[in-house]
Design a protein around this ligand. Structure first.
Ligand SMILES: [Ca+2]
Length: 145
């Protein structure tokens, strides 16, 4: 399987850890959008073949958004998605002026910071469709307490 020795820098996107994906972090940075389990807008029940592949394939579309520069999702290091949703993981002081890592194509800009850490999960939430980035839902959750 993939691990952090496979390349000079390995960024991993987990979108279906409850079905076909790997649960454990395995790169220099591991992203878990929407907890990494089930993606918004994907079928929740067995309705056809899309049920089996939708969460998994979402990884491609999330990444495409970042190449197209439609919008970018900040990712936050956290011990769990629940704590992230509670607003307990907003601190990215460890990255200095760079701030929290931005998921996707530009993550290489955080390489120097990320080479020294491992097994850290980074969380963000997304919309159901492109543009997937969703700062609104994050801030609304925080301000609702
Ligand atoms: Ca799933």
């Amino acid at each position: 399987r993939l691990d952090s020795t496979d390349a000079q820098f390995v960024d991993v996107l987990h979108t279906d850890i409850d079905a076909f994906g790997f649960r454990a972090p395995m790169g220099h940075i591991d992203f878990y959008p929407n907890k990494g389990t089930d993606q918004p807008g994907c079928p929740k029940w067995l309705t056809g073949s899309s049920y089996f592949k939708c969460d998994h394939q979402r990884s491609v579309f999330l990444y495409l958004d970042t190449i197209d520069q439609k919008c970018s999702s900040l990712a936050f290091p956290c011990s769990s998605y629940e704590e992230f949703l509670d607003g307990k993981c907003m601190n990215c002081d460890q990255f200095g002026e760079a701030g929290c890592p931005v998921f996707g194509y530009d993550i290489i800009k955080w390489k120097e910071h990320l080479m020294n850490q491992s097994n850290t999960k980074y969380y963000f939430s997304t919309n159901e469709e492109s543009p997937f980035c969703s700062m609104y839902s994050l801030f609304s959750r925080i301000t609702r307490g």
